[in-house]
Design a protein around this ligand. Structure first.
Ligand code: UD1
Ligand code: UDP
Length: 372
């Protein structure tokens, strides 16, 4: 019997950890405890509901426009008592958020073993993505079990001196979540997308939220999105706007009122997966969508200068489009006019796993966690 305390706090962590937590919950050899920091509130709660997860602890730390330092301090303070009460064999964290790093640090302070899911992604640029690159590096230094999605992620860890016996290539749990949710039935007529008449138009899904893009870059990206809508009368653009007030202000200033551009509230994961599946093209700075869209065979223009996910670029379905207005417009125009260029990108590839990553992680934890 092992006790696993899983901690997450934002939408993407919840999506990617839900399949694993459900497996741990159902396993008789595991005592599974879930603590959410609620670094995100609404965006987290929808995912918990979709996957029928009920947290044992909810630190409820979200405050409007909270600084990274405040998030760190609140997670550290909130988790201390939870770890002390539960004394888990392993504390499980995911990915690269401030919840991830602060929870790993809280676990380290209580000398708890740390399992890091989605380990080993790197850009090697301290400030990009910010603060995610350093959150990953620092969590990696604290971790005892590194669950690397791809062999490249494993190699990054080995180059940093992590002991080979602590690194496991498992695939990415996002594919587990995606495949499960994509199979669920969904009726557009009853959901938040019902008012949009897609007709025969080509659908472009847009998301954008990264801190290093806030300000000038985001204005340039949104201006390019507006240019695309103006130049191509047969496209319909749907942008579920992240709840960060700074993102919303820029989206309002730059895109509100643009013809065939729909600024909508963040979508639940089920309608969002259906939206991606119907899309002709995806424009995003999201990490998770760089993994999901290739699995769905959808070309992605990544509005960033670098990515810690080069596998899908090598496979040909993801392109780094940069953060300049003209550059992004040029990439989108090419894909909207050159059928051969589009077809070359629109193929389902999946460098991120077979949908069984969570099963592998649960099995490794059961086998290894009791022994160390
Ligand atoms: C956070 C993570 C980022 C991750 C992203 C995924 C940090 C510092 N940032 O960025 O790594 O890629 O989540 O989306 O860990 N808000 C709400 N309701 C919500 C969620 C957010 O109102 O459900 C608003 C709040 O005003 C909040 C602000 O958005 O203060 C920013 O949220 P925060 O978690 O600080 O940063 P994100 O940009 O969401
Ligand atoms: N997503 C969602 N609803 C939306 C936008 C995105 O459910 O309106 C999902 C998306 O499919 C992906 C995750 O949220 O799984 C990405 O979250 P985000 O972009 O906030 O974070 P990142 O991927 O950059 O870590």
């Amino acid at each position: 019997m092992i006790k696993v305390l899983t901690v997450f706090g934002t939408r993407p962590e919840a999506i990617k950890m839900a399949p694993l937590v459900r497996l741990l919950d159902a396993d008789k050899e595991v005592r599974s405890v879930l603590c959410v920091t609620a670094q995100h509130r609404e965006m987290l709660d929808g995912v918990l509901e979709l996957f029928a997860l009920t947290p044992d602890y909810d630190l409820n730390i979200m405050r409007p426009n909270q600084s990274i330092g405040a998030i760190t301090a609140n997670v550290l303070a909130g988790l201390e008592g939870v770890i002390e009460r539960e004394t888990p064999d392993v504390l499980l964290v995911h990915g690269d958020t401030t919840t991830t790093f602060a929870a790993a640090l809280a676990g380290f302070y209580r000398m708890c073993k740390i399992g890091h899911v989605e380990a080993g992604l790197r850009t090697h640029d301290k400030y990009s993505p910010y603060p995610e690159e350093m959150n990953r590096v620092l969590t990696g230094r604290l971790a005892d079990f590194h669950f690397a999605p791809t062999p490249r992620n494993r190699d990054n860890l080995l180059r940093e001196g992590v002991d080979e016996s602590k690194v496991f290539v498992t695939g990415n749990t996002v594919i587990d979540a995606l495949l499960e949710v994509a199979r669920r039935p969904y009726r557009f007529a009853e959901g938040p997308l019902a008012t949009i008449d897609f007709g025969t138009r080509r659908l472009i899904t847009v998301t954008c939220h990264r801190r290093e893009n806030l300000g000038e870059n985001m204005t340039a990206i949104f201006s390019a999105v507006r240019d695309i809508a103006d130049a191509f009368a047969d496209v319909e653009i749907v942008y579920p706007v992240h709840l960060n007030p700074r993102v919303r202000a820029t989206a309002d200033e730059t895109l509100r009122g643009a013809a065939r551009v729909h600024l909508i509230e963040p979508l639940g994961y089920l309608p969002f997966v259906k939206l991606m599946s119907m899309s002709h093209l995806i424009i995003t700075d999201s990490g998770g969508m760089q993994e999901e869209a290739p699995a769905l065979g959808k070309p992605v223009l990544v509005v960033r200068k670098e990515t810690e996910r080069p596998e899908a670029i090598e496979a040909g379905t993801v392109r780094l489009a940069g953060v300049r207005r003209e550059e992004l417009f040029a990439h989108a125009s090419e894909l909207l006019t050159d059928r051969a260029a589009y077809e070359k990108m629109a193929k389902a590839v999946n460098p991120y796993g077979d949908g069984r990553a969570s099963r592998r992680i649960a099995d490794i934890l059961k086998e290894r966690a009791a022994r160390v």
